[in-house]
Design a protein. Structure first.
Ligand SMILES: Nc1ncnc2c1ncn2[C@@H]1O[C@H](COP(=O)(O)OP(=O)(O)OP(=O)(O)O)[C@@H](O)[C@H]1O
Length: 298
């Protein structure tokens, strides 16, 4: 098992007059969990389906270490996917569902039992999948994705609808898979849902890339400092001269582009005594909503 770099390059998908994905490019590296975020209708599912050959792009490419899914020599061993939690034959047991999929790929029953154990479904393995709870179906989907011991995992909304215990379980599970060197890409329409699970995020809105990078970077771009001095106007001039974006309000100055430590130094250098110096952090969810905008939902 080696992690594969997932690369989306200039991907566009149109359905008739609807552009679901619009010239989208991003990279997903092994060894970390990457969140793929955007509001409902942003184009996440279409992107993930393009990645595994279920949707043919209008233009652009989606590859694993440079190879398109359809050209992979051993797809099940390269990438595991869980794109729909309910795509199981309801009358078949969880174990039989996996045995059928495994047999088609030349994978034996021992591995089926291993992945069932891995996702904590051994006790329920011989029960009808139709009677499984949503959490159990998510686990069965993960077990299916892991059958070929793939280096990459592509999971569509694996946390959606889980109870707190299920969320905690999957969070730890995904982090462990990434720590083993796998590439883990997990979609969600809620940043708060994956915030404690992901190391990096790719955010899309209306089919286009809105941000890719770390969560810290996402927050840093919007962080401001609330600061004030007796001579507010002079403080504002000093900070603006050093590149701060200064907004004056009745309760002081709100400054972007300079951190609190730097503002303290500049004020000291200018002989201004500060009477207020408070870093202001917008909640990550607010940053996310600011990026995807009101018009994000289609
Ligand atoms: N097969 C299709 N035919 C026509 N339009 C489609 C098709 N699949 C998706 N779309 C449209 O493309 C856009 C993106 O849909 P997509 O399902 O990829 O978004 P999403 O981010 O996964 O949203 P959700 O979280 O709601 O699943 C939407 O406007 C959707 O209606």
């Amino acid at each position: 098992m080696t992690g594969a770099v997932i690369e989306i390059q200039g991907l566009t998908k149109r359905f008739g007059g609807t552009t679901a994905v619009d010239d989208l490019s991003f990279r997903v590296e092994p060894g970390v969990v990457t969140g793929f975020l955007g509001p409902n209708g942003a184009g996440k599912t279409t992107t993930l389906r393009s990645l595994v050959g279920l949707v043919s792009p209008t233009s652009g490419r989606a590859t694993f270490d440079g190879v398109a899914y359809a050209e992979l020599r051993d797809p099940l061993r390269t990438v595991g996917t869980a794109l729909e939690a309910s795509s199981f034959h309801p009358g078949r047991s969880g174990r039989d569902h996996l045995r059928v999929a495994a047999a088609a790929a030349g994978i034996g029953d021992a591995r089926v039992d291993e992945v069932l154990e891995w996702v904590g479904l051994t006790a329920a393995a011989r029960r009808r999948a139709g009677g499984y709870s949503l959490g159990m179906r998510q686990r069965l989907g993960l077990a299916f994705a892991l059958l070929g011991d793939p280096g990459a995992l592509v999971l569509d909304e694996p946390i959606n609808g889980l109870d707190p215990e299920g969320i905690r379980w999957i969070r730890e599970f995904l982090r462990r898979l990434a720590a083993e060197g796998r590439t883990v890409l997990v979609s969600s329409h809620l940043l708060s849902e994956v915030q404690q699970t992901v190391d990096r995020v790719v955010i899309i809105s209306q089919g286009r890339l809105a941000y890719q990078g770390t969560l810290d970077g996402l927050e840093a771009g919007t962080a401001r400092v609330h600061v004030d001095a007796a001579d507010r106007a002079e403080l504002g001039r000093v900070l603006a001269a050093e590149g701060g974006a200064v907004e004056t309000s009745p309760d002081g100055l709100h400054v972007a582009g300079l951190d609190a430590a730097r503002i303290g130094e500049l004020a000291l250098g200018a002989g201004l005594a500060l009477r207020l110096l408070v870093p202001e952090k917008e909640g990550l969810e607010d940053v996310f909503l600011g990026i995807v905008g009101e018009g994000g939902v289609r």
